[in-house]
Design a protein around this ligand. Structure first.
Ligand code: JFZ
Length: 338
């Protein structure tokens, strides 16, 4: 394990990227602003599967320049990138053969987004990790859905009825989500897709599981053999809870106190503003000073800082994120770190 963890323990600083179909509505559905994090818009807004799928027809990132993304990360002193290969909306940024709910089949762009990023990372000596939402999937039937109230998402006149429905349908809001069992979803979508992302792009440094909603020991076991496909790869601690440590812990949006440290490896993931996925009107930006202080605090305690960018649907990073990455990079260079 020490051998596998070596580069990561020295890395200290990485870039998280939350990108997907949710960048199209960017926080607004049918003229209504939906509360909270942008990549949850489908769940918080209780958007029907068919309506959400329609957003993919507008996902056409013609300005996508993975080389520029990787250079921004590298110049900021980051050593690795973790991108959402599939988030809870079930949409695959890669070319998946087991579903048409992917970049190649469902969008006008029609090309795998992960492949050129993997190439750019290799070219610039940056490690690539993939985030995969293995349990929650709100579009591929049988995927889990965390229970969140529509009434907290927006002023929906129908929210009382919807909340009653999700209560009795384990968080789902559209009958199309439950035409298969979770076991079928794990067998037919999640396991094959994890195999795809581990095999299609050469070396994958990190596999980043998320939100083990509905995960059983039995489901978790189905993913275990896949890890052997990438013997050097490391994973986080979110495959299943409890009793699945993974290689590192993932405190979210917070930096642990010294008293909480227990000798285990850890990585704090954090947003630059108030959302992971792009929201056009989120303006709760942290200052570059805050980001540098966070990085120094985390590094001094032996952790890693995974700082998030939520690209727009056209393929560009928000200008505010670019500015901050550049300022952090200038500081890193003046301190001999980049
Ligand atoms: C999850 C996702 O639901 C979210 O959209 C984002 O991708 C984030 C990085 O991860 O949200 C979580 C997961 C774990 C905790 C909180 C939010 N947690 O452990 O406190």
């Amino acid at each position: 394990k020490d051998e596998r963890m070596k580069w990561w323990r020295e890395a200290r600083f990485g870039m998280f990227i939350h990108w997907g179909v949710y960048a199209v509505p960017a926080g607004t559905h049918n003229g209504q602003r939906i509360n909270r994090i942008g990549e949850w818009i489908m769940n918080r807004g209780k958007i029907p599967v068919a309506d959400y799928k329609a957003y993919a027809k507008q996902f056409n990132p013609v300005k996508y320049d993975p080389d520029a993304w990787v250079k921004l990360a590298k110049d900021a002193g980051m050593k690795y990138i973790v991108i959402t290969a599939k988030h809870h909306d079930g949409f695959a940024l890669f070319d998946s053969k087991v579903t048409t709910w992917d970049m190649v089949d469902a969008t006008p762009y029609g090309k795998d987004l992960i492949k050129p990023l993997a190439e750019a990372c290799r070219k610039h000596g940056i490690k690539l990790g993939l985030y995969y939402s293995h349990a929650q999937d709100w579009v591929n039937p049988g995927g889990a859905a965390a229970r969140k109230k529509a009434s907290e998402g927006w002023a929906n006149p129908d929210s009382a009825r919807i909340d009653a429905y999700t209560e009795t349908h384990s968080g789902h809001w559209d009958p199309a989500q439950t035409t298969k069992t979770m076991e079928q979803y794990i067998n037919d979508i999640a396991v094959p897709q994890v195999r795809e992302i581990l095999m299609q792009y050469g070396d994958i440094a990190v596999l980043w599981w998320d939100t083990p909603t509905g995960m059983t020991d039995e489901f978790a076991e189905k993913f275990q053999p896949l890890l052997a496909l990438r013997p050097n790869m490391i994973t986080n601690d979110r495959l299943k809870r409890p009793n699945f440590p993974g290689d590192f812990k993932t405190p979210e949006q917070r930096i642990p106190d010294l008293s909480e440290l227990d000798g285990k490896d850890w990585e704090t993931c954090m947003t630059m503003n108030g959302t992971w996925g792009y929201k056009s009107y989120d303006d709760k930006w942290k200052s570059p000073e805050t980001m540098i202080r966070n990085l120094v605090d985390i590094a001094s305690k032996g952790g890693n800082y995974l700082l998030n960018v939520g690209p727009k649907a056209d393929g560009e990073f928000p200008a505010e994120s670019i500015d901050r990455l550049k300022t952090v990079g200038t500081w890193m260079k003046s301190n001999g770190e980049a």
